[in-house]
Structures are given as C-alpha cells and as structure tokens.
Design a protein. Structure first.
Length: 377
C-alpha cells in the first residue's frame, strides 16, 4: 500500500532534519494517507514517530478508523480516543524527543493550543512545511483513473451547457452559476465543489478571480461568458477537477477572435514542448513566449498542480517561489492561459497528467475550435 512507502519516506525526511516525530493536521494529507475526511479542523490528528503511527480522533470516527488500523496491520498503527483533554492524550503518546514537528497547515489558534499543551513534553516545537504533500505529487494509477473520469464529468457539463440552451438572454451570472452547480453535483455524485464556481459576463471577466455575485447583471448579446468550475470527486478532500471555457453570445467581436487565436497557439505550443525533466518556469515560457510575441501579457501563471487540493504543486509560473521544481511523469496540473480586457475575458483550461511523451489532457471540450463556443440567442 502507498501509505507504507510514504511513511518510510516521511521518517527519512524527518531524520535528515533531526526531528523525532511529527503531527500531521492537514485534512487533505489525512485523507490521502488514511481516507479520513474531517468536517472541521481538529477532528483528527496523525502522530508519526520513529516507532509507531497514532491517529487521534473522537468517538464519532473511532469505529471507522479502527477498521483502517486493522487493514494496516503490517505497521504499528494505533487509534486513540482523544475526547475531552485531547492534547493530554497526544502528550502521553509522544516519544519525548527534543524536536516535535508540526505540519504548519493549521490555523494559528489550533497550533498555539497544541504548543501550550505539549510544551512540557517536548522542548522544541518546529513547524515543518509540506510533510506529506511532496508524496502526493506523483499520482497512483487509481488516482489517474479517477481523474480521467473527472475529465469526462467536466466535458459532459460543458457539452450540456452548449447543447441544451442552458444560457439565456437576461439570465444573471448567479442564476447560471446555480444551474451549473446543480448539474455538476448531480452528474458527479459529489456535493463538494473544488472552489466557488465563477461565472462572469462581459466586462466582469476583466478581473482574473472575479466573484460571480459582485456586479451581478443580466446577460446580453455580444457578451463573453467565462465559466470556471470544478468538483471534488470522492468526498470533501478527494481528488479535484478544474476546467474553464469561454462562450460568446452572438458573433464575437474582432478583438476576441484575435485573442482567441493567440491562446490556441500558446496552448498548442505548451502541448508540443512540455516534457518530464523541465522546470515549471520553462513550461510557463512556452505559453508566455507565444503570447508576448503577439502583443499580449499573461498576467498569471500558465497552470497549477491539481490533486486532492485544487491548487498544489507543481507551479507552471514565472514568479512562484517553486517555479524551479522539475516536472516529472505522473504529475497532474492545469494549462490555462487567459487574456483579459475591459470588454471581457477569454480563458480555456484543461487539466491532465504528464506522461513520458508530454501532457495528456483529461478534458477536451475547451480545446474545440472557436465555432463550438458561439451561441445564438
């Protein structure tokens, strides 16, 4: 099982940092390792020591996690009920080494509560960034299979929008967003969106991360309609989808047609040249270079990693601090160049995996020709 390999790698990493044990609190990491899905912070914490693995939770999840423990009988895995004075239960299980690591993804208050309760047992409380996240980068065959299914979910959603007169004149951004969310949830058997669905008409699309409810207005002829959405496929902390398309209500204005052609060339250049062994920064340059040559500025990164979190490593960017990370076969990420102007926005986004031969998209509708995205109302 992958957890055995990951645990050994974590322990090796901790030893190299002279950390004796670590508390993992990130809900996405807990789901990845144990399949545990928390509703709120603090419903479960994982302690990894040199000798054993201890999971702390309350009575609501004990039976579920004890079943997990039995499945992991090849390792020393213990489930502890920490109802009541929870940090006392954690303190009793610590090895008592000089350094205790904390994965650094929780709220400040949650971490401060732990530090106060555990200070007598461990002299140094050290924040350790990304305890588990690096091992989530390369997806397993089962994860790839599920994400491929996610691509089909997104393509079916976009085709439904384009082919069933879902978009109507005078409907508002919020109305369209509600229909999209309803369809996305019903078609994927999941209630948890990857992020707040974005629907932006016309000039509202000028903001890269605009909010649908802000400046909500009715749709009119000549508008561009930018739709960016996604969903968790297997629970609140399960694998994500993320896809974007831009629809044109009526014949697009000439500025749109020119910008759309540049985006297509930029994406095709990325598909042609992105390979394992290059950096995220280099991958970004394949898109950014085409756009710059045509007179357009890419005001955000080319793409981002996607998995249990919608935004994770690697980063295909010219500015991200981790832009030098080497892309490897099995990584999953998006490619999503966009052009933004006072009269609207155009962005197309696909997510997929890196193979030995290049980038393989999981969703394909955003790659259709311009004519596919023109609706006459």
């Amino acid at each position: 099982m992958h957890i055995l390999r990951v645990l050994e790698k974590i322990r090796q990493s901790l030893r190299s940092q002279h950390i004796h044990e670590v508390l993992v609190v990130n809900p996405y990491d807990l789901f990845y390792l144990l399949g545990f899905s928390a509703n709120e912070e603090g419903e479960g914490v994982l302690l990894i020591t040199r000798r054993q693995v201890v999971f702390f939770t309350d009575g609501r999840y004990l039976a579920e996690m004890e079943k997990t423990a039995r499945a992991l009988k090849s390792i020393d895995f213990v489930v502890v009920d920490w109802s009541g004075e929870r940090w006392s239960a954690v303190a009793e299980r610590l090895d008592g080494g000089a350094f205790l690591g904390w994965d650094g993804t929780s709220s400040v208050n949650f971490m401060e509560d732990a530090k106060k309760a555990l200070k007598l047992k461990t002299p140094v409380f050290s924040v350790v960034n990304e305890v588990v996240a690096p091992y989530r980068l390369i997806k397993t065959p089962d994860e790839i299979k599920l994400m491929r299914y996610g691509g089909l979910v997104m393509d079916n959603l976009f085709q439904w929008i384009l082919e069933n007169e879902v978009i109507q004149l005078r409907m508002t951004q919020c109305k369209l967003r509600g229909l999209i969310n309803q369809k996305l949830r019903s078609s994927s058997s999941s209630d948890t969106l990857s992020f707040n669905t974005m629907v932006l008409f016309g000039e509202n699309g000028e903001s890269v991360h605009g909010r649908t409810e802000k400046n909500d207005r009715p749709l009119k002829r000549g508008d561009s309609v930018l739709i960016d959405c996604g969903i968790h496929l297997n629970g609140a902390h399960g694998l994500c989808t993320d896809a974007t398309m831009t629809i044109f209500v009526g014949e697009p204005r000439e500025e749109f047609i020119q910008a759309e052609a540049v985006l297509r060339r930029a994406m095709n250049n990325a598909f042609r040249w992105i390979r394992p062994g290059i950096t995220g920064e280099k991958a970004d340059s394949f898109v950014r270079g085409v756009m710059k040559k045509a007179g357009y500025d890419l005001i955000h990164g080319t793409g981002h990693g996607i998995g249990h979190e919608c935004h994770e490593m690697p980063s295909l960017s010219s500015k991200n601090p981790k832009r030098k990370m080497i892309l490897e076969e099995g990584m999953t990420f998006t490619i999503e160049p966009g052009i933004y102007s006072p009269f609207g926005a155009i962005r197309y986004e696909v997510f997929g995996m890196l193979t030995k031969d290049g980038f393989e998209p999981f969703n394909w509708v955003p790659l259709e020709p311009l004519e596919h995205f023109i609706v006459e109302l």
